[in-house]
Design a binder for this molecule. Structure first.
Ligand code: AMP
Length: 437
């Protein structure tokens, strides 16, 4: 049987891999302008970091994490021996908890210091039911800004996210920016109780999970994908009607900044995002068309308690993450190609074995000069080498034959126009580069 990749994963080959590279490059271009620096964290962390970070009762922590055990740990489990904390590991389901952990571990945020701005790119892992736009290994780029308190930082985050989408080529008209406020320690407990009471009142219209959520984590019910629950939740008490004066004032400030920046947004009081760590401003960007049931291409918000929750100093933060695969669906629907074409290719054709060494040397010189060069590594006939060159969409073909080598000049054929030029072997790299230019 032919080998197969695991369910919910993808191979990015050729143009697809170049699209991912370009996606990361655009992220670098945009985020650098806003003062962000790159960060790389491990693909796995102690499970507890995500449980504490994302929230014990979130879908991510309860059903979507891929847990990783070493062979030694598996043996311990078989022997009913307890595992140490550092033997309980999980593939990262998201980036924020890891970045916050790294910032705390390395003391990046100093009292009175400037905000720390970091961006990342890489795979995330969630054991979800695979479908269009929903994978088990998917790729994200994201940013985290730690230690910025002002409402301006919320607005800057949203503006940068929209700027990133614009730079990727997602049509403005296809995007909806949704914002909400998740309140703070002053207003959230009372609001959560109101939602719990509302869920209990409507218990017989809710799914089993939401009935449980009414007791464990009522606000998570807003995330439920069940249509019946969504209908019930659309009439639930709204956070935006229950914010304390400080949160309301801050939310007004954020909205004023966004309006001044010319951004269209909608207030969505049901937007809570999938993690428990959010406080205050949250946002999500949705796209119409091309994405199946998955319309969110990115989102984020503030998480002012997360660093303290994972054991670091009490430092506020905010960020967002954008999913690569969903962006590709949105770009495909809009007819936009992200991948840059490969560099023009030159093919070095070797006429027979007597000139193989010269062909090898010519190839080496072209590559040393930075020209993308293919050569025959299979002893093929000249005719089939030309076919290979055609298939590889080579722009030029350098023909190395005994007569040419004896004359010290090589024939270079333009594969598009079929025009030919003779170039001295000595100056072959410069000559070819001129023809490509
Ligand atoms: P989240 O980390 O849940 O806030 O998601 C941020 C973005 O990552 C989403 O808007 C999607 O674009 C993407 N994303 C999240 N989960 C998946 C998944 N299972 N498959 C593909 N993309 C995802």
């Amino acid at each position: 049987m032919a080998p197969k990749a695991p369910k919910g994963t993808t191979d990015l080959i050729g143009e697809q891999a170049r699209s991912w590279e370009r996606f990361v490059e655009v992220a670098r271009e945009v985020f650098t302008v806003y003062g962000y620096d790159r960060v790389e964290t491990p693909a796995f962390e102690q499970t507890d970091l995500f449980v504490r970070g994302c929230g014990e009762t979130t879908d991510i922590a309860t059903k979507e994490m891929f847990t990783v055990y070493s062979v030694g740990a598996v043996q311990k489990l078989r022997d009913d021996e307890p595992l140490k904390d550092d033997q309980r590991l999980a593939l990262r389901p998201e980036g924020t908890a890891s970045i916050v952990r790294a910032a705390a571990e390395h003391g990046l945020v100093t009292p009175g210091g400037a905000p720390v701005k970091l961006w990342y790119a890489g795979p995330m892992f969630r054991c979800e039911r695979p479908q269009k736009g929903r994978l088990r290994e998917f790729r994200q780029v994201g940013v985290e800004c730690l230690g910025a308190t002002d409402a301006a930082s919320d607005a800057e985050m949203i503006i940068m996210c929209m700027r990133f989408f614009e730079a990727l080529g997602i049509p403005d008209s296809s995007m909806r920016l949704l914002i909400n406020s998740m309140g703070d320690a002053d207003c959230r407990p009372a609001y959560t109780e109101q939602v719990a009471a509302y869920l209990h009142e409507h218990a017989d219209e809710l799914c089993d999970d939401c009935r449980r959520r009414a007791d464990t984590n009522p606000l998570r019910a807003f995330d439920c994908k069940n249509e019946g629950c969504q209908a019930v939740l659309s009439d639930a008490p709204r956070f935006t009607d229950n914010l304390c004066p400080a949160c309301e004032e801050r939310f007004d400030e954020v909205k004023a900044y966004l309006t001044a920046a010319g951004l269209d947004f909608e207030i969505d009081p049901t937007l809570v995002r999938g993690f428990d760590y959010y406080t205050g401003t949250v946002f999500e960007v949705q796209v119409e068309g091309g994405l199946g049931a998955q319309s969110a291409i990115g989102g984020g918000g503030r998480y002012d308690n997360l660093m303290a929750e994972v054991g670091g100093p009490d430092t506020c933060g905010l960020g967002f993450a954008v999913g690569y695969e969903r962006i590709m669906l949105a770009l495909d629907a809009a007819g936009v190609t992200l991948a840059e074409p490969p560099a023009p290719t030159v093919y070095v054709a070797c006429v027979d074995d007597t000139v193989r060494e010269t062909a090898f040397e010519v190839t080496r010189r072209l590559r040393d000069a930075g020209v993308r060069t293919l050569d025959d590594l299979q002893g093929r006939s000249l005719k089939s080498q030309f076919k290979v060159a055609d298939k590889a969409q080579a722009r030029l073909c350098v023909v190395v034959g005994p007569d040419e080598v004896a004359a010290g000049r090589l024939t270079v054929r333009d594969m598009g126009t079929h025009a030919e030029r003779e170039l001295p072997i000595d100056g072959i790299a410069d000559g070819v580069k001129q023809m490509l230019a």
